[in-house]
Design a binder for this molecule. Sequence first.
Ligand code: HEC
Ligand code: HEC
Length: 382
Amino acid sequence: MSRAALFGITLTVAATCVATAEPTEWKWELPKYVPPPRVPADNPMSEEKFQLGRRLFFDKRVSGNATVSCSSCHLQERAFTDGRVVSVGSTGEKTPRNAPSIVNSGWHATLTWANPALVTLERQMENPLYGERPIEMGVNDANKAEIVARFRNDADYKKWFAAAFPEKKPAEQISFETIIKAISAFQRGVVSFDSRYDQYLQGKIKLTEAEQRGHDLYFGEKAECHHCHGSVNLDDQFVHAKTREAETPFHNTGLYDINGKGAYPEPNHGLYDITQDPDDMGKFRAPGLRNIAVTGPYMHDGTVATLEEVIDIYARSGRKIASGPNAGDGAANPLKSPLIVKVDLTPQEKADLLAFLKALTDETLLTSPRFADPWKTQAAGK
Ligand code: HEC
Ligand code: HEC
């Protein structure tokens, strides 16, 4: 069954089944090469929870001053990134880092650019909601009750929370605990495995000659991309329902070297900011590269504007910044991963690599009504 057909059916089911309070069973529709993600035992998936989470993800009323939603910084048409160098929160403050995609985030061993302690979507969400340095959504002890009341006083939301959390008493159905659980369920359900690369993996199409050459470079020992971006999500922190021990590598890719000893500029030192271990300076998680052509600008601080530039940086094994406060040659960074080595890529090879990266764009993800803002269309909002 196509996603669109399934969508139509589940909507009808949800609308008629509210009274019976049995959540609709969740089915992962994934290609054979993708195992289902981890789902916390206390937050099982259901269609009703996914749909409630979608409404909340796109709803500005979740923020303190009702001006910002999760979707303000995670836009569907940009594969749930925001196109900015760094993001801007509800009070105008800038975040220190670039907004990553939330797509396929149910399979990430750790979340955000460099934090080994953030291992669930539920826990990660406390950052944008409650974070004060910087303020993103501005939820705090003074306004929490008021925000919850916005949803308790909304007849539609009351119905939707009841359908998503039938196991809870009515008085406990609407809270920040259930808001976080529902949005997490939505995020686990935002999956992207319908790019040309997927159609190729499923034997449905052939890649173009350029894409195929780029693919071979990417997965070969010349360009080495696959060592850090080699899972089905094209990262190296891929966990799923049956993973016993998660691997959580972080890497310094030589984006900076501002003092000849490997320093990265304020306020982003990567893993070092958490561990204070000098060897962790500049280490970040390798992001999944799905939909990478639409998620620029790139890197943890959004300082690389285009994929062409990304490829040039890898080819010379680090970024050289000629002048200004961040001047230095990242290629000489002593803390750089040994996998980042100079690669003599011809202009043709660079173009091939780019063609392959562009084949990772999933138009279904970018346009599917299933992942779209439900408040834009009356029918889906109800
Ligand atoms: C003001 C912009 C902004 C808002 C609003 C926002 N985010 Fe984010 N989001 C970011 C940035 C920036 C990061 C990267 C944080 C870091 O690495 O320190 C991020 C990271 C994430 C990640 C981690 C993705 C990954 O690959 O590890 C998830 C998941 C996420 N946000 C979900 C949400 C949810 C859910 C909401 C709403 C409750 C939300 N975000 C609201 C900007 C925002
Ligand atoms: C040693 C591991 C490693 C290797 C090898 C590697 N990458 Fe990366 N990649 C990373 C890390 C870590 C980041 C994030 C770095 C940062 O933000 O400071 C990254 C970031 C990226 C980004 C930007 C992602 C985003 O969302 O902003 C792209 C594109 C990318 N890599 C492509 C490639 C390609 C193409 C190759 C092969 C030529 C490659 N990578 C090889 C680890 C690696």
